[in-house]
Design a protein around this ligand. Structure first.
Ligand SMILES: Cc1cc2nc3c(=O)[nH]c(=O)nc-3n(C[C@H](O)[C@H](O)[C@H](O)COP(=O)(O)O)c2cc1C
Length: 208
């Protein structure tokens, strides 16, 4: 099958497969604190790492949602690790609550303080990245038309890691069981890893 994006045959593909193809996507579980003290928590699967030294992560908000608004206004956010054991809670925090109504309470989660940024982190999360906003980029189409979507990038200025998941000096990703978003209503959980050394000479030259 081939189609240009604007000409998908909706009888053959009634639902857009884009997010099922760009899958699995890590989930940034973004907690923020507005300057007036309101707290927000929501999952973002348009989320990834974009640089390693310094570490930079980003999430994209389709529409200027509370997470992007609070990150912009406070200059800070926290990317909490969404994991398989927290699947139901992650989903609950995507509910469209009234602004100011706490997703932490709604999902039965506890807040834990951060040390460098003022936003709280998810106490139950096995890792959390404290971030300072480095830029917010409104997205555009290839024709230069504005889209109501915003890529929020943040430098990771501090790490919280569950000590139980540090084994032999390494973070045990498989034991953390990170949650990933696939297409439609699907999620994946990373539970096994494949170790493979980079080709000689490649180490340290390219990221990833
Ligand atoms: C797993 C998951 C991933 C999501 N990823 C995104 C995303 O990348 N961008 C986005 O705009 N909304 C995403 N959403 C929807 C938001 O979480 C939802 O609109 C939420 O209410 C936004 O909350 P906020 O306004 O408090 O930031 C996702 C929802 C789920 C369940």
């Amino acid at each position: 099958m081939f189609y240009e994006t604007s000409a998908r045959d909706k009888t053959l593909l009634p639902r857009d497969p884009f997010k099922a193809i760009v899958a699995p996507r890590p989930i940034g579980w973004i907690s923020t604190r507005a300057p007036d003290g309101r707290i927000n928590l929501a999952p973002y699967s348009f989320f990834n790492a974009f640089n390693s030294a310094p570490p930079i992560v980003g999430f994209s908000s389709e529409g200027c949602k509370d997470s992007a608004t609070f990150a912009r206004d406070s200059g800070e956010f926290v990317a909490n690790l969404a994991s398989g054991d927290l699947l139901q809670a992650v989903n609950l925090t995507s509910a469209p609550l009234r602004r100011g109504e706490s997703e932490f309470v709604h999902a039965g989660l506890a807040m834990a303080p951060c040390r460098v940024v003022r936003a709280p982190r998810v106490a139950e999360a096995h890792a959390a990245l404290e971030c300072k906003v480095v830029g917010i980029t409104p997205l555009k189409t290839a024709r230069g038309e504005a889209i109501d979507s915003y890529l929020v990038l943040g430098e990771v200025v501090a790490f919280h890691i569950d000590d139980a998941l540090i084994r032999g000096g390494l973070f045990d990703t498989a034991a953390a069981r990170p949650l990933a978003r696939c297409g439609y209503q699907d999620y994946a959980v990373v539970e096994s890893l494949i170790a493979l050394a980079r080709p000689p000479g490649g180490e340290g030259r390219a990221a990833g």
